[in-house]
Design a protein around this ligand. Structure first.
Ligand SMILES: [Fe+2]
Length: 433
């Protein structure tokens, strides 16, 4: 096997081990719906296998369908999450059998395939990258479900580096063009393409994500009770839902507590805030006298190397993520303290842009100029418009295989169960330029 094939095989195994570990639970936990926002866990499990069958076995290798009768059950577009408990989905033992059978054939296809084949699905192993990233994204979704279910002990709560860096509150990004998106990263999704020049005026962006201490100050200053900081939609959402703090936070005895995978603990004030929706992030930013960064501002601050005139795949450069550079890959069931990764800083000095928490941006999810759907419209294109806001950077529950400077995620502005925080930005004043 070539190096690339070996890397693909290792990544397929690693992600499957994780999916199986997160679903190594009693059947009742797996078939139940823990929140109308989420699928039953066993649906996610068989869905990743079905997706792998559709794309690797059928589309790329032309193999006859194994279980065509279950395709509709696992088509995310046919049944919204809230209705999935009523589907005749495979029970846990059958689901494990099915995905194992698919995987065996996928490894045979990998063995035989020519990765230099010009077919866009096979070239550079694109279709394998597609299913690997897809399964990682579902593992993160499963973790959000397990957090909502209050399930303890899912992720080992490993050690993370302490806060190491000191520095300014904001970093400066001078005016100028940069190259947004990519034409060259082989496993990048259609929505990250094509690379295109974007010209931005000068701005400041927070060196670090907004922390729990700063967010608690917003709450204590009456931020949730002051319509001035909120958009009209955000204010309506806040009032209708009686929200007064991030999801999973409670106040008792003068202390903020949070519940994390079934355990209640004091909110660690030195961590990035997580489980806030776009409306909360946007309101905080206005209260702080700033705003959310646009998606372009976020990407430039994360990866643009002005001296070299090119974009970096990661803020620190070309090197793959390591535990010293970023908090990715489920190493601990939480974000790392603010300032834990000075070595992971971007060329402009922004830190923790990759890992820890997904970061809300001000931008609606849309196609870049020249966008072409590949391999199917339902991956990205059907979500374009003014319904979803872009999230960037990946969380502690994202895997390095599905995180890079150009990677785009999106969700409804009301979503809080995802591992999401934010940082603020502001346009540079004329005298600051
Ligand atoms: Fe999916």
């Amino acid at each position: 096997m070539t190096d690339l094939k070996e890397r693909i095989a290792a990544q397929l195994t690693a992600v499957r081990d994780r999916s199986l570990a997160y679903t190594a639970a009693e059947d009742d936990l797996l078939v139940r719906q823990h929140s109308p926002l989420m699928s039953p866990l066993v649906w996610d499990l068989a869905h990743v296998g079905n997706y792998e069958e559709l794309w690797v076995l059928r589309a790329a290798a032309g193999i006859t369908p194994l279980r065509p009768e279950i395709d509709d059950i696992y088509d995310a577009f046919k049944t919204p999450r809230r209705d999935r408990p009523s589907l005749p989905f495979l029970r846990p033992a059958e689901a494990r059998d099915y995905i194992g059978g698919v995987r065996g054939r996928v490894l045979d296809v990998l063995d035989a395939v020519d990765l230099a084949d010009p077919s866009p699905l096979r070239r550079d192993g694109f279709v394998f990258g597609l299913v690997i990233q897809h399964e990682h994204q579902h593992d993160e979704t499963m973790l959000a479900t397990l957090q909502l279910a209050g399930r303890p002990g899912v992720v080992r709560d490993g050690d993370l580096p302490p806060s190491l860096s000191a520095g300014p509150e904001e970093v400066y990004v001078p005016a100028g063009e940069f190259l947004m998106g990519t034409d060259s990263l082989p496993w990048a999704y259609d929505n990250e393409r094509p690379a295109h020049r974007v010209d931005l005026p000068a701005y400041w962006i927070d060196r670090l994500p907004v922390g729990n201490a700063a967010y608690a100050a917003f709450i204590e200053d009456g931020g949730y009770h002051d319509a001035r900081w909120w958009t009209p939609e955000g204010w309506r959402w806040r009032q209708e839902n009686g929200v007064f703090a991030p999801l999973f936070w409670t106040r008792e005895g003068g202390t903020w507590w949070r519940t994390r995978f079934g355990r209640t603990e004091p909110v660690p004030m030195d961590e990035p805030v997580q489980h806030v929706c776009w409306y909360e992030a946007d309101a905080y930013a206005r209260w702080a006298g700033k705003r959310l960064p646009t998606e372009a501002e976020w990407e430039k601050a994360c990866g643009w190397d002005a001296a070299a005139g090119r974009a970096r795949p990661y803020p620190w450069g070309e090197q793959d993520p390591t535990p010293e550079l970023a908090n990715l890959g489920h190493r601990a069931a939480r974000p790392a303290p603010l300032g834990a990764y000075p070595g992971g800083a971007s060329p402009y000095g922004a830190e923790q842009m990759v890992g820890d928490v997904w970061e809300w941006t001000a931008t609606w999810f849309d196609g870049y100029p020249g966008f072409r759907a590949f391999p199917y419209r339902e991956y990205s294109e059907v979500f374009f418009g003014r319904e979803y806001r872009v999230l960037r950077g990946g969380s502690w529950a994202a895997d390095p295989a599905a995180v890079r400077t150009t990677f785009r995620n999106w969700d409804y502005p009301i979503r809080r169960q995802i591992f999401t925080g934010f940082r603020c930005a502001r346009t540079a004043a004329p005298e600051e330029r």
